[in-house]
Design a protein around this ligand. Structure first.
Ligand code: ADP
Ligand code: ADP
Length: 232
């Protein structure tokens, strides 16, 4: 069954002649234990789709279901809780708190939601992301790749239904990109997580099981294990 799905999503901005249809009727399912890359030209609706799926934005019409719960009808308060506990985020900018250690940054969303940390899972995530010796370091003492791996661990620590990653390698050199992508993929293959990633980089998309192409607010292709040629 799908970890998250959407039906007939429309998201418009503005009114009248200036109206933009960022999403123009998108229906999509994200299956458990799969990594999906969303690709498409700038302005095609990738971020809007991800934000609607993750409860960061509300569609103008249509249905979004995450982890069996319809989030399109949730209150702001319920959405905030969903974002802290049921959904994980990895952004292009790592958004770590400079005064906290890696370990404190990783557990921050759960601490804010006053949700206990599952120590066995925490250890598994930290080991998978290769941060075991670095937990006491603050962001300033870590490389960009390490900081992004802390951000990945933070996204996973609640064992979320879905991890959403928005251009997670956008700021990283190619070696560090490969580390982060390898980890995101391993979180799917070894830890059973579900990952949805927006990227414009075909080399990043190649790590996904599936590539969804958007153009003008619509899905134009849905490819399983695409070849390099298909995503260029
Ligand atoms: P992508 O992530 O593929 O670059 P976006 O989802 O950011 O695309 O944007 C889709 C369309 O919606 C674009 O035309 C963009 O200009 C428009 N858009 C996105 N956010 C806003 C906003 N807050 N206000 C007005 N227009 C927006
Ligand atoms: P070069 O410097 O040889 O042009 P890079 O260092 O950019 O190549 O990349 C080396 C290898 O890593 C290539 O096979 C490339 O496909 C892969 N690669 C580079 N950047 C990324 C990325 N952002 N995501 C995934 N794979 C990448």
């Amino acid at each position: 069954t799908a970890q998250a799905w959407a039906r007939d999503l429309v998201r418009t901005y503005g009114t009248g002649d200036a109206q933009v249809r960022a999403l123009d009727g998108v229906s999509v399912e994200f299956a458990r234990g799969r990594m999906t890359a969303i690709m498409g030209p700038s302005g095609s609706g990738k971020s809007t789709l991800m934000h609607c799926m993750a409860g960061l934005d509300r569609p103008t019409s249509g249905t979004v279901v995450v982890d069996g719960t319809e989030i399109s009808s949730m209150s702001q308060r319920e959405l905030t809780r969903l974002r802290r506990t049921r959904v994980g985020f990895v952004f292009q900018a790592y958004n770590l708190v400079p005064t906290l250690t890696a370990a404190e940054n990783i557990t921050l969303p759960l601490d804010i939601a006053r949700t206990p940390v599952d120590r066995a899972w925490f250890d598994e995530v930290v080991a998978a992301v290769g941060l075991a010796g670095r937990l006491g370091h603050r962001p300033a003492a870590m490389s960009g790749g390490e900081q992004q791996r802390v951000a990945c661990a933070r996204a996973l620590v609640s064992r979320p239904a879905v991890v959403f990653a928005d251009e997670p390698t956008g700021n990283l050199d190619s070696r560090t990109s490969r580390e982060v992508l390898t980890f995101l993929r391993r979180s799917v293959d070894d830890l059973g997580q579900t990952v949805v990633m927006v990227t414009h980089d075909p080399r990043a998309a190649a790590y996904a099981h599936r590539v969804l192409m958007l153009a003008d607010g619509r899905v134009t292709a849905d490819l399983d294990h695409p070849t390099h040629r298909e995503i260029l």
